[in-house]
Every structure is written in C-alpha cells, then in structure tokens.
Design a protein around this ligand. Structure first.
Ligand code: PRX
Length: 650
C-alpha cells in the first residue's frame, strides 16, 4: 500500500473484543440468544425499547401475504415526535443534536429543543402550503441542518419525503419528481463543495422547465450559498421569509405503523431508478436498535459522526432517523473531506471530540493514499469505535483504519445493508464478535440470512453463492413506488419467500459471512450505486453514439469505476476527434445523470462483443477493463472482436 502498511495473513489478524469494552458493551451475547429463541418476541421487545408509540402494537409481524409484510400494524406513532419531542419531554432539550460545520468553517450547534421548535415551525409552514398525510415532497439540499428539519417536518405531517442527492442532474431530479408526483420541492440556492458554491436552485428550475407539466406547485428555497438565483413568482418562496411569524407550536398526529415515511430512488438493473418505499414503525425500530447496539451508543456522552450525505440511505437511517431517535449528539458536515485541505475530517474529529465514526471504504482508501501523517498530526484519541459501510472493505484498508485512525485499539464494525433493507443487516457486535478484517461476519440479532446457489440450495461453508434474507425484517422495503410487479420480480422472483439481495457472499469455516460484491448489473462506485443500463441509455441518447456497453471495473480507490465501451455513429465519427468525442460523452453523462456517473474511462470501439442472439457479453469487457486475460469467447458471434478491443485498450 501507499504508506507501506503490511498485509498480514487473514487468519492471523482477528481481533477479540477488548475486555473492558466488552464488559460495558450495550449489546451483549444474550441479545442473539434472545433473538434466536423467539424472533417475534425479540422484535416486539425492540419496538417497545426503541419507539414511543401512540398506541402500542399488539401484533408483531403479519406475513400472510408475502412478499408484502406488515410490522407492528395495529400500532400508531409519529416518527418526528420520536426523534424530537420525546427527548425534550424527557428533560434532554439542552442536549446538542447537531454539531453542524459548514465547509467554509461556519458552525452551528443545534439542541434538541431548538431542532424540535424548528421542525414544528417548518411543519406548520408546509401544512399552510397544503402538504398533508401521504403527499410527496422532494428534498434537494446540501448537508445543512435545514435538510434534517425539512425531512422531519415532512415526516411529522405524515407526508412522504423523497430526498434527491444534490449531485444528481436536473434530468434525474425531474424523473424522480414525476415518478413520485411531488407537489413541493425544498431546495437551497446552493451549497458549499470543494471550496466554492455549487448551485442547486438552478437545477430545480431546469428540472421543472423540462417538457411536460409537472405536479410541483411550490419551491421552497433555503438561503445558503448566497448565489444569484432566478425566481418564479407564485411558485418560489424563500424559506426564511415564509417562516416569519409561523407558530412554533405543533401537535404531532399519530399515524399507523405502516404509514409511508419516505421514498428513496436507487439504481437497479434497468435504466429506470426504483423508488424504494419505507414505512414508519418497523423502520424506526430497526434503525434505532441497530444504531444503539452496533455502535455501542451512549447518547449522554458520545459524539457520533456518520459522514454520509442525507441524499443516500445511510444519511436517512444513520444521520437522521437512527441517531435522532436515540437522542444522540452528532456531527453534520457540509463539505468534502479535502476542503480546504486533506486533514479536514481529522480536524473535525479533534475539534468535536468525535467518539464514533461511520464512513465508507472508498474514503478510507483515499486517506491511505494521501498518507498517514495527515491524520497522525491530529489528536484522534477520542475515537472509540469505527464503522464501515457501502462496499466490501479490503483487509488492508480495514487494518489501516484500525491502526491509524483507531489508534490500534478501536473495534471496527463492517456493516452490510442496502437502500432496500433500510437498516443494518450483517455486522459484528463490538463487544461480542471477534472481528476479521474484510468480513461483515454475522447477521445482527433478529436477522436471518443464508448463502445459496442458483437453485436456492444453501452452499457449503467455504463456497461462494448468493446472499438471501430468509425471514422478513422490520425495516424491509415495502415496495417500489408505483410498481408492485417490479418489487415482486426483482427481490422475490428468484427464491420465492426469500429476499434476493443481488450480492454474492461466502461463509468461511467459522460460519462468518464475507460479501463479494454485486452479482447483477449494478455497480458500486465510491459506495454509490449506479446502474450500467442507466449510463448506457444516457450514452446512447447522445447523437454521437450508436451503441454502448458499460461495466464496473475494479478501482483501487473507488472500489469500482465506470468504464464505457462506445461505438460511434459512422457519420458523426468523421466530425469529431476521438478525444473530443470522449470529453463530450463524459460531460453528457454527468449532465444526464450527475457527476457521480461520469465514466472514468471511455473506450471507442468499432464493435461490441455479442453472442449470436445479440446479447452484449459484459463479462468479457470487464476482463479487458480490469486488464485481465479475456475469458471464454466461444459464444461470441464474431470471435475476433475481443482481440480488436483489447488492442484498442492499450
Ligand atoms: O453490494 C452491497 C454494497 O452496497 C449495496 C447497497 O447499496 P446501497 O443501496 O446504495 O446502500 C449502501 C449503504 C447501505 C449492497 O448491495 N454494500 C453495502 N455495505 C456493504 C456492501 N458490500 C460489502 N460490505 C458492506 N459492508
């Protein structure tokens, strides 16, 4: 590795829980025993421990109509009340909820009392704009306290938020607005990223100006970037002006446990993102339960920091709902890790005395590259637990994380889960599990998983297979917005009543689970999910392109990188240089989907490798993109194609 960290053999590097840590840990060994003895009673117990119910549920799980689960169905709750008012009522109003830091260095500490008041006012405002239970509100914001306020205000009213990551383009935003039929968009003029203001409101304007009538009636604009913005009278409202004089009293109405809480779009195997639907009671139970037990949370003393953006599921579950339901104090940071310098994150850890840090392997690998002297120049001794999420963490990165960031002592929890699962599913428990670098290891108590072959038969330990979840879980997705059939087919079509995650996995001889990456056409770039089909359709929408095939190729920093093989249209080919074509196409993808989807490499080819039936053989392209010997080409219609492509790559 860049800084010379040795890679010890895997067997040698297991880490038993520190005895002092283990003897005080929140999660103890008996948690798994209790879950195992009676799963239903276990989840009922967690629902009681984690949630303040309006009406306590008497039913735990209704699985009479699989794959449509109902959890705690006769209970009622208000999710925002659980994240706010109840902490104030319990006397913790003065506790800091958010230690927010803007990228330019401006900072704000927001207490639970203040956050509660802000959310109540925002709820009153939204209500005056006509937002009511079940209505959809799109949130397109930077990482500022108002993003949390907006989400909770929507939830408080029983409306449904659909947060769209600020890096998505106008077109992606519009597709999500239309699919959800949102009536309100909450955005900001702009937010700070990499040392300058990145505009957001112009993207909303552009999205709403695209063809066809949109369902949006109002756009609420938070002032953050102070960049100039256009204004549509009657539609656009400044957040701060609209809030003037709005009441700070608001009584939270109780909603049924299965009331929708949010939609979050994620990439699937087709060109069209899926609106993953989550509901209230089960979701809140599992995010709060895992946040408390997996992170060994002490709300009175911990300073927790999850670096994810609220635009992703990790931001929903482990920035907003889990930590706030647990009354935690957390850092919220607006910017990028390297602004203004490569030590920014470690400055924040030192400044706020962060005790629990949750981030993605791609960030860790980036820090490894930059060198250990950067974090080592800061005091990181406050850290007592580290978490990883979003992609498999390679053992080298795991060991570096523990040694350099965690002073060689902190437990690391490698948490496997998905937008669809809503909350953590597989993770070590820090006071219980002897950890293995690179493995997520054990289902969290209450969760049951298996590794099966193509036919659904469990594979032997040591063999690779497909990960399935064999029992329903409280925070499971309840569907794909507006597409019942796609939900059934995508996740349940393959193995009946077992949930197919789309990931490969292997159990080792100790029964520990190692995640092996996606087995479908979904890529994972810097911990972000992207669909090969979506990028392909963006490419072919450019007049230069006749055909394209996209693959995720292994990348040292980003896990996977987008590599596109493109056949240009004959006529167009003559009008541009290859360099121009590549530059234009990279920009085109960023424009159509967002900068995260911009291909790292575009290879112009004369032909794509296809089977006789016309199917593109991505497996072969992946071999080329990763610099491997090309695999079996006997099923190709034209076996010479791969030789030409390989030559073109060089
Ligand atoms: O392939 C798995 C990978 O990320 C996918 C889910 O992506 P997304 O829905 O965007 O959610 C990311 C944050 C939860 C999974 O199908 N993944 C996530 N966590 C891990 C992981 N792969 C290996 N190890 C993990 N800890």
């Amino acid at each position: 590795m860049a800084d010379g960290t040795p890679t010890p053999p895997r067997e040698a590097s297991t880490f038993a829980p520190d005895p002092v840590f283990a003897s005080n840990a929140v999660a103890t060994r008996d948690l798994a025993d209790r879950a195992h003895a009676d799963r239903s009673a276990f989840w009922a117990e967690q629902a009681d421990a984690c949630v303040t119910w309006g009406r306590r549920p008497t039913e735990t799980l209704d699985w009479s109509d699989p794959p449509f689960a109902r959890w705690f169905a006769d209970g009622t709750l208000n999710v925002a009340y659980n994240c706010l008012d109840r902490h104030v009522e319990a006397g913790h109003g003065e506790r800091v909820a958010l230690l927010w830091e803007g990228e330019p260095g401006d900072a704000r500490a927001v207490t639970y009392a203040e956050l509660t008041a802000d959310v109540k006012r925002a709820a009153n405002l939204l209500s005056s704009l006509g937002v009511g239970p079940g209505d959809r509100v799109v949130v397109y914001l930077p990482q500022i306290p108002e993003a949390v306020v907006a989400m909770l205000a929507v939830a408080r009213l029983g409306a449904v938020h659909s947060v769209v990551f600020g890096g998505f383009s106008a077109e992606s935003l519009r597709a999500r607005i239309d699919d959800a039929e949102a009536t309100l968009v909450i955005t900001a003029d702009g937010g700070w990223r990499k040392g300058s203001v990145s505009p957001l409101k112009p993207a909303v304007d552009a999205a709403l100006a695209l063809g066809g009538r949109s369902t949006v009636e109002n756009v609420l604009v938070i002032r953050r970037g102070e960049n100039a913005v256009d204004w549509v009278e009657g539609r656009d409202l400044w957040w701060h002006e609209a809030l003037e004089g709005v009441e700070a009293e608001h009584t939270a109405e109780m909603f049924e446990a299965e009331h929708p809480l949010f939609i979050l779009y994620t990439s699937g195997t087709t060109g069209r993102p899926k609106g993953i639907l989550h509901t209230s009671g089960g979701y809140l139970t599992q995010v709060a339960y895992t946040h408390r037990n997996v992170f060994d949370l002490r709300p009175e003393t911990d300073v927790y920091w999850c670096t994810a953006d609220v635009g992703w599921i990790t931001g929903h579950s482990y920035v907003v709902y889990g930590p706030l339901a647990n009354g935690a104090t957390q850092v919220l940071y607006e910017g990028t890790p390297d602004s203004p310098g490569p030590g920014r994150w470690w400055d924040l850890v030192e400044k706020y005395g962060v005790t629990i840090l949750y981030t993605a392997p791609t960030a860790i690998r980036g820090f490894m590259k930059a060198g250990r002297e950067i974090p080592q120049a800061r005091d990181l001794t406050s850290l007592r637990l580290l978490g990883s999420v979003g992609e498999p963490i390679n053992p080298e990165a795991w060991l570096w994380y523990r040694e350099v960031i965690g002073s060689g002592t902190t437990p690391i929890v490698d948490t496997w889960w998905q937008t669809e699962t809503g909350a953590m599913m597989i993770s070590p428990l820090p006071g219980v599990t002897t950890t293995k670098p690179g493995a997520a290891q054990t289902p969290v108590p209450g969760i049951v998983v298996d590794v099966v072959d193509d036919q659904g038969v469990p594979v032997a330990d040591g063999e690779s297979g497909l990960l399935v979840v064999t029992e329903p879980w409280p925070s499971m997705l309840r569907g794909i917005w507006g597409d019942r059939d796609r939900y059934v087919e995508t996740y349940w079509g393959r193995f009946g009543d077992r949930y197919f995650a789309g990931d490969g996995a292997r159990r080792d001889d100790d029964g520990d689970i190692w995640l092996l990456g996606r087995v479908d056409d979904v890529m994972n770039v810097s911990g972000h999910r992207l669909s090969t089909a979506e990028i392909e359709s963006a490419l072919v929408s450019n007049p230069l392109v006749a055909e394209s095939a996209v693959v995720g190729a292994a990348d040292e920093t980003t896990g996977q990188a987008v590599v596109a093989f493109v056949v240009l249209r004959d006529k167009k080919r003559r009008s541009v240089t290859p360099e121009e074509a590549v530059a234009r196409l990279r920009a085109h993808v960023a424009d159509r989907i967002g900068a995260i989807a911009r291909p790292r490499t575009i290879v112009l080819v004369d032909e794509l490798p296809k089977t006789r039936s016309g199917k593109i053989m991505r497996r072969l392209l992946r071999d080329v993109a990763e610099g491997r010997e090309v695999g079996d080409t006997t099923t190709l219609a034209d076996s010479a194609v791969m030789g030409v492509i390989t030559a073109e790559m060089r």
